[in-house]
Design a protein around this ligand. Structure first.
Ligand SMILES: [Ca+2]
Length: 304
């Protein structure tokens, strides 16, 4: 982008010189120089601003979950999703989610979600999934988590959100205040597949754009890996936009013109942290996948 701007500025200056030669001016046309200078300055500043890709615009901390109280996750903030869900939580996932400390515990200032290979109530793996549904729901904000990912094929951890109006089996199916997925919308702040430790992706799903047709982008690390160091994954979300970032890099912007359907993101959402094992996206673990594997979450913070 900077190169493009410099090119535009250079062309402006060349054109200025040509103009001088053509009209053989004896007196320098000060207003022309001034105009080109102003134009160049605007272009240059405009490009510099764009090149910075300023990630952080929301800076007032309004919620923080630092995971500094040992034991089970704070019950005032978190619910457990238990079991195998409907059709492996909609994705043919292979794990049984439990609330046991072997699968989910807060200690050392971290939430640790651990996937294990074990026979448990008919499943071959166990793990955990928590949601803030009904306890912390948010419309707009900068929502971020500092996470260290696991390693191995078949592991699929995520920090994501669902529209609070999602219709669930516990609720009356024809409750007019709820709608089925994907009409409720889904914002995947970060997803990661354990066989590719330098890659993560951010995605939105909604009516007409879900599953394979979702609006998604990858972010690839140039140095380091997601499984042996912590990184910050977040969104800055406001009316008619969602920006996805990793650390200080903004890599995905979504607005209503990017989605081939209704924009369903101007409403409250709740948060979800989980680690799936197997399922449609990652495929099953293989012999090289070492268990147990842990997703480490240092904090979640929300800013306005
Ligand atoms: Ca912490």
């Amino acid at each position: 982008m900077v190169q493009l701007c410099m090119l535009i500025i250079s062309i402006s200056i060349i054109n200025l010189n040509r103009s001088f030669n053509y009209i053989k001016m004896k007196i320098i046309n000060k207003s022309l120089i001034k105009s080109v200078f102003i134009l160049s300055t605007i272009l240059f500043l405009g490009c510099s601003e764009d090149e910075k890709q300023k990630v952080i615009t929301k800076t007032r901390l309004v919620m923080q979950e630092e995971f500094d109280v040992n034991g089970a996750p704070n019950p005032e903030l978190w619910n457990f999703d238990i079991g195998t869900g409907n059709n492996g939580w909609g994705n043919n996932e292979q794990q049984f989610y439990t609330d046991r400390p072997e699968n989910i515990i807060v200690e050392d200032g971290m939430l640790k979600i651990t996937a294990r290979r074990e026979l448990y109530l008919g499943s071959s793996f166990t793990s955990a999934r928590i949601t803030s549904k009904g306890k912390y729901e948010k419309k707009y904000g900068r929502i971020e988590a500092r996470i260290k990912m696991p390693l191995g094929r078949g592991l699929w951890p995520a920090f994501w959100m669902l529209g609070s109006n999602i219709q669930t089996t516990e609720e009356i199916p024809d409750d007019p205040s709820t709608v089925p997925w994907p009409q409720c919308g889904e914002i995947d702040i970060v997803e990661y597949l354990g066989n590719n430790p330098i890659n993560v992706f951010g995605t939105v799903h909604g009516p007409g754009y879900f599953g394979g047709e979702s609006i998604s982008k990858n972010y690839t690390l140039k140095t380091g890996r997601f499984d042996n160091e912590f990184h910050v994954y977040g969104i800055e979300w406001g009316e008619n936009y969602i920006n996805f970032y990793v650390d200080d890099a903004l890599y995905h912007r979504v607005t209503p013109s990017d989605v081939p359907g209704e924009w369903v993101f101007n409403q409250p959402y709740f948060m979800i942290l989980n680690m799936a094992v197997g399922g449609n996206l990652p495929g099953p673990p293989n012999d090289q996948t070492a268990f147990p594997q842990t997703m480490w979450v240092d904090y979640i913070r929300v800013y306005e």
